[in-house]
Design a protein around this ligand. Structure first.
Ligand code: APR
Ligand code: PHB
Length: 385
């Protein structure tokens, strides 16, 4: 079997790449370890930057997102007994975010690929990458797929990044001393906009998926276990952290999904080796506080599509050679922003009284200075692609 681009992983990165390549007449096969049902149900983040929204619309997969996605023109930072709105319409006019679940993006992409006759293989076993420096090919479940290029879109735990010789990669990593417990609940959001809350008991986030479904996160210890967090404890803790301003009441409902996510930052450089190009979580991870993970994956895929289009048009390798460098600029900006939002809003056990006062002073600055608030807003809605 032969294709131009072998794509490992059917997350947002792999699926979008496959579709953008198809629109440029370039063939690909997507190899995914999990079932279609599994990837369509996997609950992840849900904030799309303007550039991501535009990319999905241009790719012809934006119809349902435009109908069901929720445009947001601001977020609230809540701390010290008061809420402070960061107004995007004033600080970054014409730019906003859209709240639309990542698994909905995945569903739309899978539907579009299948409608266009795309070759998606789910539940493939034992994917291995070979001959990355010359004539690459991929083996899986006893089959062999020859290709010109491999795109490693298989997330943080995939096989692509480990296929690169260790001495070629430089890895930058940071683990945070806490995790996020996330839930999805059948209840109307208690607020029209997202609320990022800093309290002495830790961070909490009120997000949403639709007019009848809310999404919440709680900062918990890194070794927290779901069995120690029965529904009542989750709601009680969310109430304490979110009902920290007068007049705000948290509506509760049936919890339909729950999970604990470790918080880490990670970058592997360069994002390419021979004929292998990494995109999305395979190359970099950010803590979810800045809502950048999915958006970075989309940005990588845009850069890779252009480079591959040039390569398959006339054999030119300039853009492919510069792929990693082109992506890493944005990746590191998002790394800083995500680390910054995380340190601004979480409680760190090791922090002494001095550090806690510094954090509050910085929050006061961000919520009172237009320049500081603009920095937050500009990064949150996303720098232009
Ligand atoms: N073989 C085949 N597929 C694999 C393998 C493997 N060995 N290992 C992992 N995969 C698949 C996973 O099952 C998953 O479906 O690769 C896919 C990777 O998808 P994601 O983890 O969603 O990563 P990505 O597509 O880069 O999406 C961007 O940024 O912050 C995050 O939440 C955000 O998941 C989103 C991501
Ligand atoms: C989400 O809705 O899942 C969400 C929103 C904002 C974040 C992270 C996750 O920063």
């Amino acid at each position: 079997m032969r294709t131009q681009v072998a794509i490992i992983g059917a997350g947002p990165a792999g699926l979008l790449l496959s579709h953008l390549l198809h629109l440029r007449g370039i063939s690909s096969v997507v190899l995914e370890r999990r079932s279609r049902d599994y990837v369509e149900r996997r609950i992840r983040a849900g904030v799309l930057e303007q550039g991501t929204v535009d990319t999905l619309i241009e790719a012809g997969v934006g119809e349902r997102m435009l109908r069901e996605g929720l445009p947001h023109h601001g977020i609230e930072l809540r701390y010290g007994g008061a809420g402070h709105r960061i107004p995007f319409e004033k600080l970054v006019p014409g730019r906003a975010i859209t709240v639309y679940g990542q698994q909905e993006v995945v569903k739309d992409l899978i539907a579009a690929r299948l409608a266009a006759g795309g070759d998606l293989r789910f539940e493939v076993e034992d994917v291995a990458l070979h001959d990355l420096e010359s004539q690459p090919y991929v083996t899986f479940g006893g089959e062999r797929l020859d290709c010109d290029v491999i795109a490693g879109c298989d997330g943080f735990h995939g096989v692509s990044r480990p296929s690169i010789p260790e001495d070629v990669l430089t890895v930058f990593e940071k683990e945070y001393p806490f995790a996020w417990l996330g839930i999805l609940a059948d209840v109307a959001p208690s607020s029209e906009e997202l609320i990022y809350t800093r309290t002495e008991r830790g961070f909490a986030l009120h997000s949403m998926r639709s007019p009848t479904v809310s999404r919440f996160y709680l900062q918990v210890p890194p070794d927290a276990r779901l069995e120690d967090w029965p529904d009542e404890r989750i709601w009680e803790e969310l109430r304490i952290r979110l009902e920290s301003v007068p007049g705000f009441t948290l509506a509760t409902g049936e919890i339909t999904e729950r999970g604990i996510t470790p918080m880490r930052s990670f970058v592997a450089e360069p994002m390419q080796y021979g004929k292998l190009y990494l995109a999305g979580d395979a190359a970099h991870i950010v803590p979810p506080t800045g809502a950048k993970g999915l958006n970075l994956a989309v940005a990588d895929v845009r850069v890779l599509t252009q480079a591959l289009a040039a390569y398959f048009a006339d054999g030119s390798t300039d853009l492919l050679d510069g792929y990693s460098e082109a992506c890493l600029k944005r990746v590191w900006r998002a790394q800083h922003f995500s680390w910054w939002m995380t340190t601004l809003l979480h409680t760190f056990e090791d922090d002494d009284a001095y550090m806690r006062r510094l954090q509050l002073s910085y929050l006061d600055y961000v919520t009172s200075s237009e320049a500081a608030a603009t920095t937050l807003a500009e990064n949150y809605v996303g720098l232009p692609f």
